[in-house]
Design a protein around this ligand. Structure first.
Ligand code: GLP
Length: 246
């Protein structure tokens, strides 16, 4: 696991976009695994800026998102479908039929397995962008999730619902379930890019760096088994850690 220290969220966005662009430039039909949340917003801004200024094309790119709330209509402003449209898709030339998100309204075991099949049929994820929850969740894989699981439906913890309540008008509106790529799905990606920003992630970052064995109580620890993980973290996220070098 390579850790890249950056000053703040802006620099994090720039560095993360650079890693993603390297993948697209090398492989114009790359499959990108995408994430939502506050952390990747700057990364998407940088990618949009690059598309506008340098013309990087997404015409051949395919994207698959990590997760979506269960039961939420894709047109709902709080759906991850809407998040992706508003932060990224509407600004780039990615064809409509080349971006995929888990279906919030089709969540049987069969539907979940079909999402993994879809990813396999695209040739697998070349680069998976990830954020981390304060409790170590990746995607929506909450603590206790088996480390080899594929796409599945999860019951969200109170802490995750509270952390995401800032996007809804009240906590009671935050869905109780989500459909997410599993940790097994994530580990199949060829490359993982984890971005971590803010003091509220410092403890999770500390735990991740100290993880020596993958344990389901702290889902992000599964990443230590993966051969190609880059973590870009800002100063506040690294505040509990002493790094030898930047
Ligand atoms: N499902 C998402 C995760 O994929 C994301 O990593 C996490 C952290 O989000 P933020 O970047 O807003 O802290 O939030 C949500 O739970």
């Amino acid at each position: 696991m390579q850790i890249v220290a950056v000053k703040d969220k802006r620099e994090l966005g720039r560095k993360a976009a650079k890693v993603i662009l390297e993948v697209i430039h090398k492989k114009p039909d790359a499959v990108l695994g995408l994430a939502t949340g506050g952390t990747p917003e700057e990364t998407y801004k940088e990618l949009v800026k690059d598309h506008r200024e340098n013309g990087t094309s997404y015409k051949a790119v395919r994207t698959v998102n990590l997760d979506e709330y269960v039961g939420i209509d894709p047109s709902d402003p709080n759906s991850y479908h809407s998040y992706m449209d508003h932060n990224f898709f509407k600004y780039i030339d990615l064809p409509e039929d080349q971006h995929f998100l888990p279906d919030s309204l089709a969540t049987t075991d069969h539907d979940c397995a079909r999402y993994d099949d879809l990813i396999d049929s695209l040739g697998g994820v070349d680069l998976q962008l990830l954020g981390i929850g304060g409790n170590g969740h990746i995607g929506f894989n909450e603590p206790g999730t088996p480390l080899s699981i594929g796409t599945h439906v999860v019951q969200l913890t109170d802490s995750t619902r509270k952390a995401n309540a800032r996007y809804f008008s009240s906590l009671s509106e935050v869905p109780e379930q989500a459909i997410t790529m599993g940790i097994g799905t994530i580990l199949k990606s060829k490359k993982v890019l984890l971005i971590v920003s803010g003091e509220e992630k410092a403890e999770a970052m500390y735990k991740l760096v100290r993880s020596s064995v993958p344990e389901s109580g702290f889902p992000a620890s599964a990443l230590i088994q993966h051969p190609d993980v880059t973590v870009i973290a800002d100063r506040s996220a690294l505040s509990l850690i002493k790094l030898n070098k930047d």
